[in-house]
Design a protein around this ligand. Sequence first.
Ligand SMILES: [Zn+2]
Length: 423
Amino acid sequence: MKKLIKNVNIVNADSILENTNIIINGKYIEKITDVIPDGEFEIIDAGGGVAIPGLVNAHTHSPMTLLRNYADGYNLQTWLNEYIFPVEDRLSDDDAYWASMLAQAEMIASGTTLFHDMYMFMPQVVKATEESGMKALLGRGATYFGNPLFSEHQGTIESIELFKEYNGSADGRIKVDMAPHAVYTTNDKFLMHMKELAEEFGTSLHIHLSETAKENDDATAQYGKSPAQYLYDLGIFDVKVIAAHCVHLSDDDISILKNAGATAVHNPSSNLKLGSGIAPIKHLMDKGVDIAIGTDGASSNNNLNMLEELHIASLLTNGADMNPETVSASDALKWATNAASLGFHDSGKIAEGKKADIAIIDINKPHMRPVHNMRSAVCYSAGGGDVTHVFADGKMLLDKGQFTTIDIEKVYFEIDKCIKRIF
Ligand SMILES: [Zn+2]
């Protein structure tokens, strides 16, 4: 049966439509209309709430919810090497499955419908995504130390298997890309091989880029160039690159991203928490680089709340730039709904013919009133807890704040069991 979302306001990055109704037919938005047509519908009353395109978390590590609030107050290198990597060595398939399910519950509850994940245990993330109903671009996060044959290197083997088995699976909700972790955790030979695979498979390449000043200093010492220049000289930008963080980019680096059609993923909370710095968003905007927003993992944020991330992204650059006009609410919402950057070209906007990926935000809250400007209300006033309904590919994943696909009490129970075993 078709769904009718009635009594709703629509806020896209580039348009606002008040007091209307949305008709969903299967996976798609069939009609947006002031007049409810005759016919049988499953009716969802939005109660005058604001519908936005499902938020897009363009860089995260979903199973890292297990490490939420576990190691705070360290820089990236100390945090990774002394706290994160040793615990990750103890994780099992089961841990990763429940941790990703917890992450997906959190993302759904705060209005996210699509996420871009880089981690180990990806078949478990696939399983959780199949069940949760979310959409995802998944890559096996791969490091490469020493000089193993690619045919014997776990990260390479699993990257290929993941693509062949799961790209386009879950009725098209799951796509797969290549995810070499970073310049400082791989080498030239491996990066080029990952690029060749991305080329062969026709997919993107997801990598951490210039997250810290140390990463740049080390690349300059080792290769005599910045990480972006190094990747460029290796030919990595021949494929679509989705670069997370992009905190320490020079003007030349930014030109490389722009000319290659790469996406820079802004991760403001993680960069602030780990003391990595503030990404040069104004320069990226001035040069016209494609920008998306991500939360990063739950251990460096420490949540996966894209409404909060959108809020911070809308404030941070203006403060750093000492100019309230640099980033508008519309800019921030555009970045936070940038589904095209992940290859989901028919999502990211509430419009007829687009996929029905929608989050509805309650405006009947003290902090939402009065609503002078609906887009400002979404960007500056709303919190993750204000989301009442979420749809992905037309399926309702959150109904009046209740999960329809996830048994959240079971998730909490299983996560507690995992934590007792790991720590
Ligand atoms: Zn990351």
